[in-house]
Design a protein around this ligand. Structure first.
Ligand code: HEM
Length: 447
């Protein structure tokens, strides 16, 4: 093992698990402040977890030595929801699925999704009334789900959206709980959470299988959305298409990976704008200059520079994916240390993005910090909201475009204020970093 790696003292059996579970974000931040670039935790009797905050070492894990790793326990558990799709599969299968799905995310292709994004935002605003208080996080979940369904699967799911949103939520909570627990209760035991989980999976399966069946049975053989591409795909070796179950896993993956992350980002944006009126005022100025009252389009994005700085800075402070974990499959040296099969390496965007050595006043919301050459001055993996290497987020450009268009469309018409002025909204690190207890806000119409 070389040099011994230090870490916070733990309890005899559970190690650091209880302290971690109590307040994961504070726990890992404190641990890094005390122990430095590599920190050792023990989660349960046998699970060794190492938190890395050295960008060069992170690059080794995600890029140069990535073939020594598989996804961490959280994503292994996530298979219960998303099956063996692109997010969770490994090796050859992952490469094949990634190659197959990549064209749906090419820049030119996603530019075509811009109109749907703005239209869905406008539809959401039609339900809003000046002066009312709404849970903005719920609204963001609904609009991003509608966008992903329309752009990727060519379908509007307005009627079933709440049911699907709820089912995904139950699934993600189950996964988060199971991933950070060392007692493994099999799904066959009828506990309340197991029952709820199985029910939610059933709901999602029904929705997705009917989406697949409808498209297979229709005359519609278009391949300009992801569902069409998946159904048309043929294996290079044996010419076989994907089974319904394989298609289901990919569709479920995109539902899960492609909506909650962006919804969280939007919620944090509106929270930060409400608490930083001078940033909001600058945004309004930009929207007035560039758009002059009309709805935004993809072509406006290069000119909406402050809008995109707000998105980047929000992803720094509240990265929707707050940690990336990998499990060692083959002995590997990272930095000065050799890690053994079964060890988990944890790389937390939340911790990294708030290190003073890379970000002045790290806890403050200052979109302007990204206007200069900060990203060039800092090592690459000092900012990695979308991960990196061969498993970098396939939807990163989609997400950035969606966030900028939603922000421009909504902020043009409404100013959102915390329902309880002065309220501090805490981040809750489940699978993603979401606002704890939602985000109740009052809508103020802009003239
Ligand atoms: C702000 C929004 C988003 C954030 C912060 C985000 C973040 C991430 C991160 C960090 C990863 C890498 C995970 C790992 O290496 O373990 C990832 C993977 C992935 N993301 Fe995103 N994502 C976002 C939006 C989206 C959207 C909109 C889609 C789809 C439309 C999407 C689809 C995926 C998929 C399929 C993967 C797995 C890629 C692979 O393993 O090859 N994401 N995302």
């Amino acid at each position: 093992m070389g040099v011994t790696i230090s870490g916070p003292r733990g309890l005899p059996i559970s190690g650091n698990l209880l302290a971690f579970r109590k307040d994961p974000l504070q726990f890992i931040r404190d641990a890094v402040a005390e122990h430095g670039d590599v920190v050792h935790f023990r989660f349960g009797p046998k699970r060794h977890v190492y938190l890395l905050t050295n960008p060069d070492q992170i690059k080794e894990v995600l890029v140069t030595k990535q073939d020594h790793f598989k996804k961490g326990k959280g994503l292994q558990v996530a298979r219960a929801v998303v099956g063996d799709g692109i997010l969770t599969s490994e090796g050859k299968k992952h490469m094949r699925q990634r190659r197959l799905m990549q064209p749906a995310f090419h820049r030119e292709r996603i530019a075509g999704y811009g109109q749907a994004m703005v239209r869905q935002a406008v539809e959401l605003l039609e339900d809003w009334k000046a002066g009312e208080v709404r849970d903005i996080h719920d609204d963001m979940m609904r609009v991003t789900l509608a966008i992903i369904t329309e752009t990727m699967f060519g379908k509007s799911i307005k009627e079933g959206a709440d049911k699907i949103g709820h089912a995904i939520d139950v699934g993600l909570k189950y996964v988060a709980n199971k991933a950070s627990s060392f007692i493994d209760i099999p799904l066959s035991v009828p506990t309340k959470s197991n029952r709820q989980f199985l029910e939610s999976n059933e709901t999602l399966d029904q929705t997705i299988y009917s989406l697949i069946e409808e498209r297979r049975n229709s005359q519609d053989d278009r391949q300009d959305d992801l569902l069409g591409m998946l159904l048309a795909a043929r294996d290079e070796d044996d010419g076989q298409g994907m089974t319904d179950e394989q298609v289901r896993d990919e569709v479920m993956t995109i539902f899960v990976a492609g909506h909650e992350t962006t919804a969280n980002t939007m919620s944090w944006i509106f929270y930060l704008l409400a608490t930083h009126p001078h940033v909001e005022a600058k945004l309004h100025e930009e929207l007035a200059t560039v758009l002059d009252g009309r709805l935004p389009t993809v072509d406006d994005l290069p000119k909406l520079t402050y809008t995109s700085l707000i998105v980047s800075e929000t992803l720094r402070l509240y990265p929707a994916a707050w940690t990336i974990n990998r499990e060692v499959v083959e002995e590997v040296q990272i930095g000065d240390h050799t890690y053994q099969p079964g060890d988990t390496l944890m790389m937390s965007q939340f911790v990294m993005h708030r290190l003073e050595r890379y970000y002045e006043k790290p806890d403050e919301f200052i979109p302007e910090r990204f206007a200069g050459d900060l990203l060039k001055r800092n090592p690459t993996y000092a900012y990695f909201p979308f991960g990196g290497g061969p498993r970098v987020c396939i939807g990163n450009n989609f997400a950035l475009m969606e966030a900028a268009l939603l922000l421009a469309t909504i902020a043009q018409r409404y100013r959102l204020r915390l329902a309880e002025p002065g309220q501090v909204v805490e981040p809750e690190p489940l699978v993603t970093l979401r606002p704890k207890n939602g985000l109740p806000m009052r809508l103020e119409k802009r003239e």
